[in-house]
Design a protein around this ligand. Structure first.
Ligand code: DGJ
Length: 746
C-alpha cells in the first residue's frame, strides 16, 4: 500500500518506490516529519518518534513546540510563526492570526478535482490506463476563524513523486482576504545542502544556478503575470555531493503558468521550510462565505541517485501523465517556420517560394509566423485583429493553405491571443479590453498591451475569432505566443476589492481559452511560446505537448538551454529548429551539420530562408529529416541521461534510451578544436549491461578523426562495456564537431 495510516497514533505514511513521506499529529496539529530515503517496516505508529528529532526552541507558552521551528504541515501567518507562511489570510476584522488544527485524514482513489474560479479543473497530473493514483487528504481547521483547509497529497504508483495542493474553504459568514495559499510546505534538514534553480533571461532561458543553502529566506518567483524567463517554477535542494549519478535531490515543481513564489526559509537549526505557491506579491483573493479556493499542484520528487534520477522522474511524469493532447504520444511533423527566414517581409509569392524549396526534403508542415493578420507589417500594430491581411495574401489564408496542400505540406499559423495592439481595430472598438490603469498612461511593451483575459466577452471573442481562422484555412498547427509581461494591472470587470485577484484570474481565463480551443481542435498541434521559452512550465505543457524552447537558435547556446531545460522537462516538449548562419541572435557562424545535430534532439524543424541555402545544404535536408525520423521515437519516448555538461567545458554529451532499453541514441558535441588535445573516453549510461548492442548508424561531422574503439556502424558492443570503459571520443580537425550513434539491442 503506497499510503498507510495509523489514525490512533496519528501517523501517516506515503511511499513512492524510493522515498517515504511521513506526517505526524501531535498536540492537535499536523506536522511533516520526514521526507527522504524509503523507511523500513516498523509498526507504523512507532514512527511518531520521527517528530522528536525536530528542534523546538524557543517554546511557546502552554505548548511544547514553537511554530516557527516546527514542521507544521500548513503554517499560517500571524500565529507566532514568523517564517514563510503557506497560508496568509486577512480576516474581516483586519487581523491575520490563524491556527489550522488537524481534524481528519481520508484516503481516496485517483486525483482529486482542483476547480478554478471558472469551474474548470486546474492543469493536473493524471494516472494513465493501468496506473493507480491514491490520495491522502488531511482536513485542517481553525474553528474559531471558521476556516477549513484540505491538504491533498496524491501519488501514482511506480512514480517517485507526490502531487500536493490545498483547498481552502471560508466557513465563516464574512468574506476573508487570502494573501497566500501555498500548494506545498515541506521541511528538509538542509545543512550543507545546495539549492538549484533554473534562471535565465530572454535568449538564455533555464540555465542551472547552484548555490549553497544559507540561513534566512530566499524567494524565487515571478510577479510578471506569467512564469517568465527569469526563474522557472522549479527548485531543487540537493546534497553537496549531488552530481548526475550521485547524491540526493529533492525537487519542487509547480503546475502553473502565472505568478509564483518558491520560498526556501532556513532556520537557526538548518532546517529549510520550502513553500511552493502560485501567489505573487500582490495576490489578494476575496473569499466569500462558503466559497473555496484551490491551489495548483506542486509536484514533489525525491531522487536518491542524483540529478539524473530526479530529471527522469519529472520527465516520465511530464511526458506521460500531464499533457492532454493526443499529440503527446505521437510523432510531431517536421516543420519549416518562416519567422527567421522572412520576419514581417513576405507576401503570398515569397511564402510559396519557401514551400517550393521544401520539395523532396521530407518537411511536412509549413508554419506562417507573425505578420499574416490585420495590417501587421511590423510589431506596432494589429494584435487582436485575427483576420487575414489581404494586401499580403490576396487569396487569403485559404489560398495559401491550398498551395501548401498542393505541395504535400500541412499548414500552421502563429497567434498571440492574450495581446492587443493600441493600433488595432479591436482596440478602437474596445479600448476597455486592454489591461491598463484608468487615467494612467498605458505602459506598452513591444508596442503592445495585454488583453483582459478575466473577461468573458474577451474570451468569447478570442475563441470565436481564432476558431474561425482555424476552420477556414484548415490549420493543423498553432504557435501560441505571449510576448510581454503584465503591468499596470486593472480590470473593469473586477471591483476595487478584487484587483488583487487579477493575475490568477488572467491565467484561469487563458487556460479556459486554451482548454476550449484545444478540445475543439484535437487534430491541431498546439505549440506554446513566450518570447521564446518565457512560459515553459508544466501548466503550459498540460495543454500543449511542445514549447518553443528559446528564441536563441544558436546551436551552441541551444545545447546549454536544452541541458538546463532537461533538468525538469523531457525533450519531447522542446522545439528545436535549424536556423541561418551567421546566427540572428549571436552573429555566430557555424556549419550546417552542427546546427542540425543540435536541433535533432527536440521537436525538429527549420527556421530560415530555404531559398537562400546553397545546393549542398538544401540537398542535405532530406538526409537530416530522414535521420530525425529514424531517431525521433527514442528522443520523444526515451529515458534520458546527461553525460557531459556544456557548462563545464567545451563538450556536451547525453544519451536517450528507450524504457525497455532496446534502443539508444548517444549524442556528443564539441565546440572549439584545440591543437594536440589528447584523447579521452566517455562512459555511457542507461543501457542494459548484459546485452549486446549493435551500432545501427553513426553520424559525425565532416572531418572527424575516429579513433580505434569508436563504435562504427555494425559494431557489436556490450552495454556493460559501453557504460564501463565507454567509447573513445573522436578527435576534431575543426571547430563545431559532433558524433551521433544509434544503438539497437540484439
Ligand atoms: C516571439 C517568438 O518567440 C518568435 O519565435 C516569433 O514568433 C516572434 N515572437 C513573432 O513576433
Amino acid at each position: 500500500m503506497p499510503i498507510t495510516l495509523d489514525a490512533e497514533r496519528g501517523v501517516y505514511r506515503l511511499d513512492t518506490p524510493d522515498a517515504s513521506l511521513f506526517y505526524v499529529v501531535r498536540d492537535g496539529f499536523l506536522f511533516q516529519a520526514w521526507w527522504g530515503a524509503r523507511a523500513g517496516n516498523r509498526e507504523l505508529g512507532s514512527y511518531a518518534d520521527l517528530l522528536d528529532a525536530v528542534p523546538r526552541s524557543p517554546p511557546m507558552p502552554g505548548c511544547d513546540w514553537s511554530p516557527d521551528s516546527s514542521p507544521l504541515a500548513l503554517p499560517c501567518a500571524g500565529s507566532g510563526d514568523v517564517k514563510a507562511a503557506a497560508v496568509r489570510i486577512v480576516f474581516a476584522d483586519g487581523t491575520v492570526s490563524a491556527r489550522l488544527r488537524f481534524l481528519s485524514a481520508e484516503l481516496s482513489e485517483g486525483f482529486p478535482a482542483l476547480p478554478d474560479s471558472l469551474g474548470n479543473p486546474l492543469p493536473s497530473l493524471r494516472a494513465r490506463d493501468g496506473e493507480k493514483a491514491s490520495t491522502l487528504t488531511f482536513t485542517l481547521a481553525d474553528t474559531f476563524r471558521k476556516l477549513k483547509a484540505e491538504l491533498r497529497l496524491t501519488l501514482i504508483e511506480g512514480h517517485n513523486a507526490i502531487a500536493s495542493s490545498v483547498v481552502l474553504t471560508n466557513e465563516g459568514d464574512e468574506p476573508i482576504r487570502v494573501r497566500n495559499l501555498a500548494s506545498a510546505a515541506i521541511y528538509l534538514p538542509s545543512g550543507g545542502m545546495d539549492q538549484i534553480t533554473l534562471s535565465g533571461s530572454w535568449g538564455r532561458e533555464r540555465q542551472p544556478d547552484r548555490q549553497p543553502v544559507r540561513r534566512g529566506l530566499r524567494v524565487i518567483g515571478s510577479d510578471r503575470g506569467f512564469s517568465g524567463h527569469a526563474f522557472n517554477p522549479f527548485t531543487a535542494l540537493v546534497t553537496a555531493d549531488a552530481g548526475e549519478r550521485s547524491g540526493k535531490a529533492w525537487g519542487f515543481s509547480l503546475v502553473w503558468s502565472g505568478d509564483f513564489a518558491i520560498s526556501v526559509d532556513t532556520d537557526q537549526f538548518d532546517v529549510s521550510r520550502i513553500v511552493v505557491s502560485s501567489c505573487g506579491t500582490d495576490f489578494s483573493w476575496r473569499l466569500e462565505p462558503g466559497d473555496r479556493l484551490a491551489s495548483p499542484q506542486a509536484v514533489l520528487a525525491h531522487a536518491p541517485r542524483g540529478l539524473g534520477d530526479l530529471s527522469r522522474t519529472y520527465h516520465r511524469l511530464y511526458r506521460d501523465n500531464l499533457c492532454v493532447s493526443a499529440f503527446a504520444d505521437s510523432p510531431r511533423p517536421v516543420l519549416i517556420n518562416n519567422w527567421e527566414g522572412t520576419y514581417f517581409d513576405f507576401d503570398h509569392r515569397r511564402l510559396v517560394s519557401l514551400m517550393d524549396a521544401c520539395a523532396g526534403t521530407g518537411i511536412e508542415l509549413f508554419v506562417l509566423d507573425d505578420g499574416w493578420f490585420g495590417r501587421r507589417d511590423n510589431d506596432r500594430t494589429s494584435l487582436g485583429d485575427w483576420t487575414c491581411d489581404r494586401k499580403k495574401l490576396p487569396g487569403g489564408l485559404e489560398a495559401l493553405a491550398a498551395d501548401a496542400q498542393k505541395r504535400d505540406l500541412r499548414f500552421g499559423l502563429w497567434f498571440e491571443p492574450e495581446m492587443i495592439s493600441p493600433d488595432s481595430d479591436l482596440y478602437r472598438a474596445h479600448p476597455d479590453w486592454a489591461v491598463t490603469v484608468p487615467d494612467l498612461e498605458p505602459q506598452e511593451c513591444r508596442n503592445q498591451l495585454v488583453i483582459d483575459m478575466t473577461r468573458e466577452d474577451v474570451r468569447r471573442y478570442l475563441i470565436d475569432s481564432i476558431a474561425r481562422v482555424l476552420e477556414g484555412a484548415g490549420v493543423s498547427y498553432v504557435k501560441w505566443d505571449f510576448n510581454r509581461p503584465l503591468t499596470d494591472i486593472f480590470s473593469a470587470s473586477l471591483g476595487a476589492e478584487r484587483q488583487g485577484e487579477f493575475t490568477r484570474r488572467f491565467m484561469e481565463g487563458t487556460y479556459a481559452v486554451m482548454r476550449e480551443l484545444t478540445a475543439r481542435f484535437p487534430r491541431v498541434l498546439f505549440e506554446g511560446c513566450a518570447s521564446g521559452g518565457g512560459r515553459y512550465d508544466p501548466g503550459m505543457l498540460y495543454f500543449m505537448p511542445q514549447f518553443w524552447t528559446s528564441d536563441d537558435t544558436d546551436a551552441r547556446e541551444r545545447l546549454r538551454i536544452q541541458w538546463g531545460t532537461s533538468l525538469v522537462y523531457p525533450f519531447s516538449g522542446m522545439s528545436a529548429h535549424v536556423s541561418a548562419s551567421p546566427n540572428h541572435q549571436t552573429g555566430r557562424v557555424m556549419p550546417f551539420d552542427f546546427r542540425c545535430a543540435a536541433a535533432l534532439t527536440g521537436s525538429f524543424g527549420y527556421e530560415l530562408d530555404l531559398t537562400a541555402l546553397d545546393t549542398g545544404e538544401l540537398s542535405a535536408i532530406a538526409g537530416q529529416v530522414a535521420a530525425w525520423k529514424r531517431r525521433e521515437r527514442i528522443v520523444r519516448t526515451g529515458d534520458f541521461w546527461r553525460l557531459k555538461s556544456p557548462f563545464e567545458g567545451n563538450e556536451t554529451a547525453w544519451i536517450f534510451v528507450l524504457p525497455d532499453k532496446s534502443e539508444a541514441l548517444f549524442c556528443f558535441y564539441r565546440e572549439m578544436n584545440a591543437p594536440n588535445p589528447g584523447t579521452g573516453r566517455l562512459s555511457l549510461d542507461g543501457l542494459d549491461p548484459d546485452s549486446p548492442y549493435r551500432v545501427e548508424e553513426t553520424e559525425t561531422s565532416v572531418g572527424l578523426g575516429l579513433l580505434a574503439g569508436f563504435p562504427a556502424a555494425g559494431a557489436l558492443l556490450y552495454g556493460a562495456d559501453l557504460m564501463g570503459p565507454g567509447i573513445a571520443l573522436p578527435l576534431s580537425r575543426s571547430d563545431w564537431t559532433f558524433a551521433i550513434i544509434r544503438f539497437r539491442r540484439v
